[in-house]
Design a protein around this ligand. Sequence first.
Ligand code: 5GP
Length: 214
Amino acid sequence: MNEPGTGAIARRGVCLVLAAPSGTGKSTVARALRTREPGLGVSVSVTTRAPRPGERDGIDYHFRDLAAFEAMVAAGEMLEWARVLGRDCYGTPRAPVEAALAAGQDMIFDIDWQGFRSLRAALPGDVVGVYLLPPSLDALRARLEGRGGDAAGEVTRRMALAQVEMAHCGEFDHVVVNDALDTAVDTVAAVLAAARAATPRLVGLAGFVAGLGG
Ligand code: 5GP
């Protein structure tokens, strides 16, 4: 919570979910937003998938085997979890998120549409969802091909998945087309600023008004 006398109203944190199909530039937008908003925490998910080269345990993900993942789910330690693309399991650990929200710290989540739906149900009133769309399917294909590491079949597979993913964009609170990076980041930052000022989040409002004096 904010300290009294700082000119800020004590509030709960915001859970900002940024979802997009692979190749839309979601990580770039998230990185740029965090540079602008250094106080924005990141929710580190738990996954059963193997680390990719360069990924670090506890930073990119908490990498766990299926038994450990299932034990966390059974113990109620996940706020939400999903089997993504019918393959690996991904989940959001509960404790760090609940602590951040109560402390008035905002967090960004890189989770899919299923995760957004479940997170919103688990934390009603705390979650704001932004769906990032590519400007066109051609632009998306070009970005997927530009990653180089993807074989031709993989690009086709990801394009098909993207269309299934994007069908859920209407469930989100806001949709941003990632045509120009700066504009997209501006819009997501504006959504975050508005969410911070939402009245239901301002748990210290009455005290703040009482302390205004006059
Ligand atoms: P990747 O394996 O490429 O890192 O992530 C694959 C997908 O899993 C992405 O769409 C990502 O947003 C999603 N994902 C990552 N963490 C979570 C999580 O904790 N919960 C859910 N539901 N999806 C997640």
